[in-house]
Design a protein around this ligand. Sequence first.
Ligand SMILES: [Zn+2]
Length: 238
Amino acid sequence: MSDELVHRTQLSPNCNERQLPITMAVVHYTEMKPVETALDRLTDPEAGVSAHYLITEEGEVIELVPEELRAWHAGKSDWRGVTDVNSASVGIELDHPGHAAENGGYREFSKAQIDALIPLLARIVKEYDIPRTNVVAHSDVAPARKIDPGELFPWDRLAEYGLALPKPEKLELGDPFDNDGAFMLAMERFGYDITDAEKAVEAFQRRWRPELIDGQVDQQIGAILFQLLLDRDRGLAR
Ligand SMILES: [Zn+2]
């Protein structure tokens, strides 16, 4: 793509034809150091993984797969009933050491990286008319397997630009769901694969209440989920 937001292109062979139109964007971290290692892996035919873009911690945007093709970043995934997430999404990898202790432990994303991500994502969201509910973390679409980009990813900054749903501010207090089963059904309605219930709750918390990620349903996350669904149903949050 001739795009002024892209600094260089290093094409990956790991891609094929899309089977679905683009309706989603998925954010990842590479969990690798240094960025050259991640770049090697994302372009290695033996590895069989890729993304459309890799953004370095310095804010350089590297195109790996043209958007019209299906990049291989999401693996076995499910969001709002779409199980071929790779076909339906643009995948963006952030150069980041991840949660791995051997890489120095989990840390904030660099400002330069997020500053590069925002205009790129804005262009993508606009071009494909992607709803904010479909700008998601890898952990949202594969909660049983993945935790990236993790609880320090600045969703609030994306939300400021209308690129992700904001955290609901006014929560109706009280307990909107009678029991955990009702909560899980509501999670599924919002989009999560709830096959592994505890992991799905953790993924929800990582995204919406990162201060406490324990896999347990409590009143606060119940209230957050209820508000998210209400806003979507009222057409306030697309
Ligand atoms: Zn990922």
